[in-house]
Write a protein that binds this ligand. Structure first.
Ligand SMILES: O=c1ccn([C@@H]2O[C@H](COP(=O)(O)O)[C@@H](O)[C@H]2O)c(=O)[nH]1
Length: 229
């Protein structure tokens, strides 16, 4: 199965479906994030499922344990393939969400965001985090693992460390993927698709390098060809 997840960061159902219709569900999954979901609601998930896409609902829940768990359950009830929370919500928040999914017999993958790929070491320090960025990613990933979740969102730069410490089966879902000629935009911890896969990423989240291309379907095919088999 393909490791590529295309981020459909657009403001309307029409734009999201026009993009999806240029992508092959054999070559990618799609990600629905805060912008699209807040504008379109669960209807967009149904439309994407009807087109045979598996969907990562990227709403990054972060709340008290009961509220977070119920939100994760509501997402999983929509039939999404993957949903996420912020690891900084803590062990109990993550455990409660996972337990509710298991009790409800839902197979949706639950992962947790460590440190956003748009952040660098200085910005993390400005939040009062005294550990290095890598140590903070590792500490949050270890907590996520302890809580029984399926994996984390991290940058590809930390994937090798996490594979060494937590194993290959623990998912490393990595945004901040850029082609050599792509604009970085607001991303700071970036890597190319091939290097990310060789560094231990299990899934690549790719937004603008595909969605802002003149021919998104063709760029998806080109990236697929570049990946190690
Ligand atoms: O740490 C994170 C967590 C989530 N994201 C999301 O991934 C995509 C990346 O899009 P690009 O256009 O390829 O930059 C976007 O939807 C983010 O919300 C992230 O970038 N970093």
């Amino acid at each position: 199965m393909t490791p590529i997840i295309v981020a459909l960061d657009v403001p309307s159902e029409a734009q999201a479906l026009a993009l999806a219709d240029q992508l092959d569900p054999q070559l990618c999954r799609v990600k629905v994030g805060k912008e699209l979901f807040t504008r379109c609601g669960p209807a967009i998930l149904k439309q994407l499922h009807q087109r045979d896409f598996e969907v990562f609902l990227d709403l990054k829940f972060h709340d008290i344990p009961n509220t977070c768990a119920q939100a994760v359950l509501a997402a999983a009830d929509q039939g999404v393939w993957m949903v996420n929370v912020h690891a900084s919500g803590g062990l109990k928040m993550m455990q409660t969400a996972k337990e509710l999914l298991v009790k409800s017999n839902l197979q949706t993958h639950l992962i947790a965001v460590t440190v956003l790929t748009s952040m660098n070491a200085e910005e993390l320090a400005a939040l009062g985090v005294e550990r290095s960025l890598e140590d903070q990613v590792l500490a949050l990933a270890q907590m996520t693992h302890e809580a029984g979740l399926d994996g984390v969102v991290c940058s590809a730069r930390e994937a090798e460390l996490l594979e060494r410490e937590l194993g290959r089966a623990f998912l490393k879902v990595t945004p901040g993927i850029r082609l050599p000629d792509s604009d970085l935009g607001d991303q700071q911890r970036v890597m190319t698709p091939e290097k990310a896969m060789c560094s231990g990423s299990t899934h690549l989240v790719i937004g603008r390098p595909i969605t802002r291309a003149d021919n998104p379907g063709q760029v998806l095919q080109e990236i697929t060809r570049l990946l190690p088999q």
